[in-house]
Design a protein. Structure first.
Ligand code: SF4
Ligand code: SF4
Length: 214
């Protein structure tokens, strides 16, 4: 039989490792719920407690959020050139917002490994270790909860993938600005999974404004 939620929380309170290792993606509805819980405006929450988290993947053929490389801001182009000798004509641009991290830890991790927004924590926090399926166990050697419970979150992981896909489709259809209304001014840019530098909202906007025509 599995562990009760109380037994699970006792194990987690001794650890908090996942709050120190991962960037936590949020979705627009979660942002509103968390800001309400914190009794601050959604604008203040997004601007002060979150940051941009943008990944780009080479992709030239038309499709979801595929943007033309030659229109990228010069600074972003130089970052890409320093890694790729022959940049492709386009990139799949994945624009996300994550909870801000302070000294590597989540902004909301309190002393004693307590979470300041526990009842409203985002989906990835609720389902960690969210990609636990047979064969992936070795990715979470630090997670006592997984070791003791053998938790299988594969169904919830699929639900999360579905929510994320819907989010990308919305951004593709109505744009990043209309999807969020408010957003952090700065954040990090990754080429595939490699951190290549900082990105501003203005630079992201320029990239997203030039989608490859379908
Ligand atoms: S889910 Fe695992 S890694 Fe995260 S706090 Fe609980 S025991 Fe630690
Ligand atoms: S929101 Fe809470 S549970 Fe999620 S990473 Fe931050 S401190 Fe951990």
């Amino acid at each position: 039989m599995g562990l009760s939620p109380k037994e699970e929380s006792v194990i987690c309170l001794n650890c908090g490792e996942c709050c120190k290792k991962y960037s936590i993606t949020i979705l627009p509805k979660e942002s509103k719920k968390i800001s309400k819980f914190l009794k601050i405006s959604n604008k203040k929450f997004l601007q002060e407690k979150c940051e941009l988290f943008v990944k780009i993947y080479p992709k030239s053929t038309p499709g979801l959020l595929t943007c033309t490389t030659c229109f990228f801001p010069k600074k972003i182009g130089l970052m890409i050139d320093s890694i790729l000798s022959y940049p492709p004509h386009g990139f799949f641009v994945v624009p996300q917002i994550i909870l801000k991290r302070i000294d590597g830890n989540c902004e909301f991790l309190l002393q004693g490994n307590k979470c300041k927004i526990y009842s409203k924590r985002p989906f990835p926090c609720k389902v960690f270790p969210f990609m636990v399926v047979p064969g992936y166990e070795e990715q979470y050697p630090f997670c006592e909860l997984f070791k003791k419970s053998g938790k299988d979150n594969v169904k919830k992981s699929r639900l999360f993938s579905k929510k994320i896909t819907e989010y990308f489709k919305t951004v593709d259809k109505i744009g990043f600005e209309k999807t969020w209304k408010y957003f952090p001014n700065n954040g990090k840019l990754f080429l595939s999974d490699e951190l290549i530098g900082e990105i501003s909202f203005k630079q992201l906007k320029t990239m997203l404004n030039h989608k490859v025509k379908k």
